[in-house]
Design a protein around this ligand. Structure first.
Ligand SMILES: *Cc1c(COP(=O)(O)O)cnc(C)c1O
Length: 393
């Protein structure tokens, strides 16, 4: 069976009523027949039928054994870090999601967990960073916002040779394009707020493990800390997942068209999109992913915050907002928004230039999106860039 059919039919028909949509069990507790005798549910923090259905769907979707649904992507990441003890070390991708960096840097550093950041696209850098205390390698691939690609299969081998686990944040690729567990990773996490939900209407996170033992440990932490997704948001996430493959296919098609348009534009300096042959990791992306995702980043020849500001404030269809993966196209200026907390020199060294703009390509018609970008280039050329940087002309 193909993945789309499998996903749609992994969403069960309600046995009791025949309801084709998953019922929302908006209940805190469950009546017991006798003390400790119940129908598999006793309290909704521990287990809830709507959430349990969602967790089963995502586990299957990632090709894992255990799925768990959390209140946010960061809550999901937090639950995985609870596997570590004081003195343990993590090797993490340098272009990491800002919130994950803050969690490591400001929270888990207090508990004696050390994180070393390296360019995980280069295996030698990971090898150099691994110590006998390394318990976990943390990847995002593609990364945000420069869309760097790391070799999941090779890094899984390296992790296991050093008795470390590999966790992949699969938010950007989604299981529609890449299944890290099948490439040897032990754990996958998602900000389901993005493509899995897909409609910019929930905050949610997901963890899937390859092995049931690891899944059981994470489920224990989830119940012990009360870090769960509610029934209504679980329902919304299931509803979003139904169209995952359809949406992602169109996001990718639109994104490639826009990346090609940007690549030939005279005001654009660099375009970051793994689907372009100019991308340094294009071949690896083509091997590891079935398509290249819906996020495109680019820098302007006028590499200034002023030019980027003018750009992000002049689009009509692209809305200025953080987040990504929704139906409507969004754009953001990482230097002032998602990556504001990173010191400017470190940010620039990681390839996030002052003028870098990140686009989350939505499901509008690509011709309309390109027209929106074209009118924006024209208007900023008139109002800002000409004055600011005559060289651009
Ligand atoms: C958004 C995001 C997160 C955090 O998820 P929330 O749902 O906002 O808590 C983690 N990783 C990546 C790659 C993200 O884009």
């Amino acid at each position: 069976m193909k993945a789309t059919t499998q996903l749609i039919h992994s969403i069960p028909v309600d046995e009791q009523t025949g309801a084709i949509a998953v019922p929302i069990y908006q209940t805190s507790t469950f009546v017991q027949e006798a003390p400790g005798i119940n129908k598999g549910f006793d309290y909704s923090r521990s287990n809830n039928p709507t959430r349990a259905t969602l967790e089963k769907i995502v586990a299957e979707l990632e090709g894992g054994s255990t799925g768990l649904a959390f209140a946010s992507g960061l809550a999901a990441i937090d639950n995985v870090i609870k596997l570590l003890r004081s003195g343990d070390e993590v090797v993490a991708v340098d272009d990491i999601y800002g919130g994950a960096f803050r969690l490591f840097d400001k929270v888990y550093s207090q508990y004696g967990i050390k994180v070393t950041y390296v360019d995980t696209a280069d295996l030698r850098e990971i090898k150099r960073a691994i110590t006998p205390a390394t318990r976990l390698i943390w990847l995002e691939t593609p990364t945000n916002p420069t869309l760097k690609i790391s070799d999941i299969a090779a890094i899984a081998e390296l992790a296991h040779a050093h008795r470390a686990l590999l966790c992949v944040d699969n938010t950007f690729a989604t299981p529609a394009l890449q299944q890290p567990l099948k490439l040897g990773a032990d754990i996958v996490v998602h900000s389901a707020t993005k493509y899995l939900g897909g409609h910019s209407d929930i905050i949610a996170g997901v963890v899937v493990t390859a092995e049931p033992e690891l899944g059981a440990r994470l489920k224990f932490f989830q119940n012990a800390t009360g870090n769960i997704l509610g029934p209504f948001d679980s329902f919304l996430l299931i509803r979003g997942l139904e169209t995952l493959h359809l949406r992602v296919r169109e996001h990718c098609r639109n994104a490639l068209a826009i990346a090609k348009y940007l690549e030939q534009h005279p005001a654009v300096d660099k375009v970051f999109y793994p689907g372009l042959s100019s991308h340094p990791n294009h071949l690896l992306a083509a091997k590891q992913q079935s398509a290249f995702g819906g996020v495109v980043s680019f820098t302007l020849k006028d590499d200034t915050e002023a030019a980027a500001n003018a750009f992000v404030m002049s689009t009509e269809l692209f809305k200025l907002a953080e987040s990504l993966g929704g139906i409507k196209s969004l754009l953001c200026h990482p230097a002032q928004m998602t990556h504001k907390s990173i010191p400017a020199d470190i940010r620039r060294a990681n390839g996030v230039a002052d003028s870098l703009i990140r686009l989350s390509i939505g499901l509008e018609d690509s011709e309309d999106l390109i027209n929106d970008l074209e009118q924006t280039f024209k208007s900023i050329y008139q109002s800002v860039i000409k004055k600011h940087a005559p060289a651009f002309a």
